[in-house]
Ligand binder design. Structure first.
Ligand code: FAD
Ligand code: SF4
Length: 327
């Protein structure tokens, strides 16, 4: 059961500057891009802003540019455009695979890169109707005072489940953030913190304007497990970027989504440099991932299944990338 949308007004800025000004002029307002996450949450009564700043008319955000030094993807580029872009498919395979695996075709036409990176975190006790949540006394993330997943704790463990972030993290992407003070550029990893209630480090009125990709990253791949193959958020999603010389690892980067309140890079993979890609290494990757992921009971699928599946995806994807390079 969904709630009727509360009345709200919409600003339609044409520039980033106008968008920031409109946000800061209206306390409690929100940016909206494709609306495929925010409007669903508004229908569930999770969020009820009375003023939205629509980013879809800001042309500056909707470009993909190959500037010789790398590729810049505007935050307003749609997932469908990203998925079918020839440069992205050729040089950033993990990113193209992640884009193709997001939701369904209709969502991909509307949904954007910026909205995907700023997706709200998800939990079975949170992504429910107003009626359902009120019958369960809400929860710590929204209007309640207890976390039903970890009732003794004081933090929300809702999981981040965007598909693009792990691919971008593994590829070493940076983002531009615009705000009242100007533009700052940070590694994507600094956008996130491990807190399901407040997982983004954006200040009030700040928006992501672009994502910068390095010019020639090593081969990459992305894979996810989900309940419904046709259209679903990842229960766990893994991106791998692997450079090899002969049979040995030169560098390996692994990033995950779906298991924690933030997408994150697996730490310690630099120790694999110089090692052959063999069964022993793959087992070590499996153990490293299992140690660092922190799935909680935020989905109908068990936390332990998501832990084991994440590790298995990382192991298999690394082996597959290596085999493809050796072929
Ligand atoms: C049935 C269904 C299945 C889905 N499956 C998946 C899936 O498999 N994988 C997946 O990743 N997603 C999935 N989604 C979520 C969503 O469709 C995509 O993540 C989409 O890319 C979100 O982008 P958007 O532009 O629609 O975001 P919006 O809903 O417009 O915005 C989402 C959030 O980001 C903020 N925001 C938007 N743009 C910016 C910006 N430039 N800077 C700062 N903040 C910004 C908004 O204020 C809002 O808080 C699914 C959604 C549905 C309804
Ligand atoms: S993890 Fe706990 S606080 Fe967070 S959304 Fe789920 S039930 Fe609510």
């Amino acid at each position: 059961m969904t709630t009727a949308l509360q009345p709200f007004r919409v600003a339609e800025p044409r520039t980033v500057k106008e968008a920031i000004a409109a946000r800061l002029d209206h306390t409690g307002s929100r940016f909206v891009a494709g609306g495929t996450d925010l409007l669903v949450n508004m229908r569930h009564g999770i969020s009820s802003p009375d003023f939205l700043v629509d980013l879809s008319g800001v042309d500056q955000l909707a470009k993909i540019e190959d500037n010789g030094d790398g590729v810049t993807v505007g935050a307003g580029v749609t997932i469908a455009t990203l998925a079918r872009n020839a440069v992205i498919a050729a040089r950033y395979h993990a990113l193209a695979q992640a884009a193709e695996a997001i939701a369904g075709p209709g969502h991909r036409i509307m949904g954007t890169v910026g909205g995907n990176l700023c997706l709200d975190t998800r939990c079975i006790y949170y992504n429910q109707s107003e009626w359902w949540r009120s019958a369960n006394a809400y929860c710590l993330k929204n209007r309640g005072d207890t976390c039903h997943v970890a009732p003794q704790g004081k933090r929300c463990h809702a999981a981040f489940a965007g598909d693009l972030a792990p691919a971008l993290l593994a590829l070493g992407a940076e983002i531009d953030i615009a705000g009242a003070q100007g533009i700052r550029r940070i590694p994507l990893s600094q956008l996130y913190v491990e807190d399901g209630k407040a997982h983004l480090t954006l200040a009030d009125g700040e928006l992501i304007t672009a994502v910068h990709l390095p010019s020639s990253p090593p081969p990459s791949a992305y894979a996810k497990i989900r309940t419904r193959a046709a259209i679903d958020f990842p229960l766990a999603g893994v991106a791998v970027v692997l450079a090899t010389f002969g049979a040995s690892v030169v560098s390996l980067r692994l990033a995950l989504t779906g298991t924690n309140s933030r997408p994150f890079l697996i730490a310690g993979t630099e120790a694999f440099a110089g090692r052959p890609v063999d069964e022993e290494l793959l087992q070590e990757i499996d153990r490293l991932v299992q140690k660092q992921v922190q799935p909680m009971r935020t989905t109908l699928t068990s936390a332990n299944y998501r832990r084991v599946a994440a590790a298995s995806l990382a192991r298999r994807l690394t082996a597959k990338l290596f085999a493809a390079g050796a072929a």
